[in-house]
Design a protein around this ligand. Structure first.
Ligand code: PRP
Length: 208
């Protein structure tokens, strides 16, 4: 049996749709209640928060995981990133209050984000000397409350930025859901994982 850690929330439904179309009976997860571990034939599905999906796959207690590239970019780790699953598409952007010039002037700027590593790498690549403030959620509040000049955050539809008077300044990176696999599992469960990966690949090809 393959242990698959699946990110709860935003990408969960589309991940389950993909697994169903790959031929797995994921009905136990659809009727989930508060359970976290589900037996689905040759798959055991574990629901976890995105950073924990990486922790479980990296440690080898799960063989594979489905997680957004945002978390992979922020957290890093040792695992194979095998497939772009094509859903959960959004982007990282630098955004600020409409009408302000983030790169203009000589003053030291402050950037708020839930993703300090991604923000740091991006701002360093721009030679922009900024202070980074870690915020846990609703990062848009930081410029509104004048804690920060700008944010680095996920933008999907753009509605949250718009409704809070912010505008995108620059794209930082594209994001989508990825299939990650533990390297040791790839050797130990080669047949089962190859079958699983092939099924995902075939389904993704059909979607093109
Ligand atoms: C994300 C992100 C933005 C919002 C963008 O937050 O941090 O706030 O979605 O989506 P949009 O472009 O479609 O408006 P999330 O919903 O994950 O909640 P959080 O801020 O509590 O992390």
């Amino acid at each position: 049996m393959i242990k698959l850690a699946l990110t709860k929330g935003r990408i969960e439904k589309k991940a389950l749709d993909l697994l169903e179309q790959c031929g797995y009976d994921i009905s136990p997860v659809r009727e989930k209640g508060r359970k976290l571990v589900f037996s689905c034939g040759s798959l055991e599905i574990i629901l976890a928060k995105a950073p924990d999906v990486i922790t479980y796959v990296q440690s080898g207690v799960c063989d594979a995981g489905i997680v957004g590239r945002d978390t992979i970019m922020e957290q890093g780790g040792s695992f194979y990133e095998l497939l772009d699953l094509g859903f959960g598409k959004c982007r990282f952007a630098l955004a600020g209050i409409a009408g302000t010039d983030f790169y203009g002037g000589y003053s030291h700027k402050t950037v708020a984000t839930k993703y300090p590593n991604i923000a740091r790498r991006f701002l360093d690549s721009k030679n922009a000397e900024c202070e980074i403030v870690k915020i846990e959620g609703s990062v848009e509040l930081a410029p509104i409350l004048e804690l920060a000049d700008a944010i680095v955050d996920i933008v999907e539809t753009g509605a949250t930025l718009r409704e809070n008077g912010l505008v995108p300044i620059e794209d930082v990176a594209q994001v989508s859901a990825r299939l990650i696999v533990n390297p040791a599992s790839m050797k130990l469960h080669k047949t089962e994982l190859t079958d699983f990966i092939n099924r995902c690949e075939r389904e993704l090809e059909c979607r093109v």
